[in-house]
Design a protein around this ligand. Structure first.
Ligand SMILES: *Cc1c(COP(=O)(O)O)cnc(C)c1O
Length: 373
């Protein structure tokens, strides 16, 4: 690969800044709030799109020693940065054919059904090594984990089923901990405790980001926050207790004046009703800037809300800057699309989705800059 000298390279049209100091501070805020023993970190999907290889060392430095990913191949990507401290667990479980990968690389599976438990137990006997595994009990997600029927079999036969390996812990996943008043969280917790009392002891984990901010009783021995580490609001009903992590800036490509009855963008979905100044900004759905922001997103320019008009296209959005006071925008200016005032949660609500999707969609065309401030 030839690398062009800097002088022969044009500047990128958009810059994504990821503040590593804010990630570190967020981990500290969570550990302060969390009264249990082990505060892990969920770094699946490349740390929600922010770059797990850069983020894991930051969290390790803050004392984090337990990392969760979704897939086995995500675990493999992290081996170089995990060396010398830190364990990795795979939420999707150990699928047939992957067992050797797990045991030979010290990757901890999250066992999601009785068949996986049996296979892991047999494997550990074969290797004569009590390798650790988490056991996932499903208290309401109906996605992964032991069903209530599985749990009753486990209760009846745990001395044989759980033989030969280390029980790293039991876990379950709250389905609505982000909703402050939803009674389902307590119901899930109670069911988890009821099952736990019939099983041999091991560390217990209930909390994702939001559950950490609900009843301290839920904290137990280990927790698995993700979203809050990246500045997402774990308590949507109130102010965000976390620091903002992500800033996205993009260039103005063109500014133009249009008049009634001109339309803007594909599908002519927006029509000028007056003399209008339109700025075209260099970020589009190819950058993960969701198309559902069409005609509903807003930019904040020096504190003034500037509405998106027309559809988000592949490489650009168009905004109405007619009412923007002060010096007019011009091509080449940088505007901010994401920051501490226009957060991933704000963008998500304009797009009809959740901040998780906004984060994990952020593309790779941006210049990515890691800052520490
Ligand atoms: C993704 C995930 C988490 C992290 O949830 P956040 O809401 O991002 O804190 C925790 N546990 C499991 C099982 C998950 O799938």
């Amino acid at each position: 690969m030839t690398v062009l000298p800097a002088v022969g390279r044009a500047a990128e049209c958009a810059e994504l800044q990821i503040n590593l100091k804010a990630v570190a501070d967020n981990y500290q805020r969570l550990t302060k709030r969390y009264t249990g023993r082990t505060c892990g970190a969920v770094v699946k999907a490349d740390a929600y799109g922010l770059g797990a290889n850069t983020i894991v060392p930051v969290l390790k430095k803050q004392g984090c020693r337990l990392f969760f990913v979704a897939q086995a191949n995500e675990a493999a990507e992290l081996f170089p940065v995990l060396r010398g401290g830190g364990r990795i667990a795979v939420l999707n479980g150990v699928l047939p054919g992957d067992e050797e990968f797990f045991i030979e690389n010290d990757v901890i599976p999250v066992l999601n059904d009785l068949e996986q438990i049996e296979r892991w137990s047999n494997l550990c006997r074969e290797y004569e090594r009590p390798a650790p595994a988490f056991i996932h009990l499903d208290t309401g997600m109906s996605r992964l984990g032991l069903t209530p029927l599985d749990v009753s079999h486990l209760v009846d036969r745990y001395s044989s089923l759980l033989y030969g390996f280390e029980k790293a812990g039991y876990m379950t996943h709250p389905v609505a901990a982000d909703e402050a008043g939803n009674p389902i969280t307590k119901e899930q917790y109670d069911l988890f405790m009821k099952w736990y009392r019939r099983l041999p002891p091991a560390p217990r984990g209930f909390c994702n980001s939001s559950a950490i901010f609900r009843d301290n009783e839920y904290h137990l021995e280990f927790c698995r926050p993700g979203f809050a580490l990246w500045g997402g609001n774990p308590t949507p009903e109130t102010t965000n207790p976390m620091r903002s992590v992500v800033t996205l800036k993009a260039k103005v490509l063109q500014v133009r004046d249009i008049d009634e009855p001109q339309t803007v963008g594909y599908g002519a979905s927006w029509q000028a009703k007056r003399k209008t100044k339109i700025a075209t900004i260099a970020v589009g759905y190819a950058d993960g800037w969701l198309r559902s922001l069409s005609n509903s997103g807003k930019l904040l320019i020096k504190g003034h809300a500037v509405p998106y008009v027309g559809r988000v296209s592949m490489d650009a959005i168009t905004v109405d800057i007619t009412d923007l006071p002060g010096k007019p925008l011009k091509a080449g200016d940088m505007v901010s699309l994401l920051d501490d005032k226009m957060t991933v949660d704000d963008v998500a609500s304009a797009a009809g989705t959740i901040g998780y999707e906004v984060l994990t969609s952020l593309g790779h065309r941006y210049r990515r800059v890691y800052t520490e401030s």
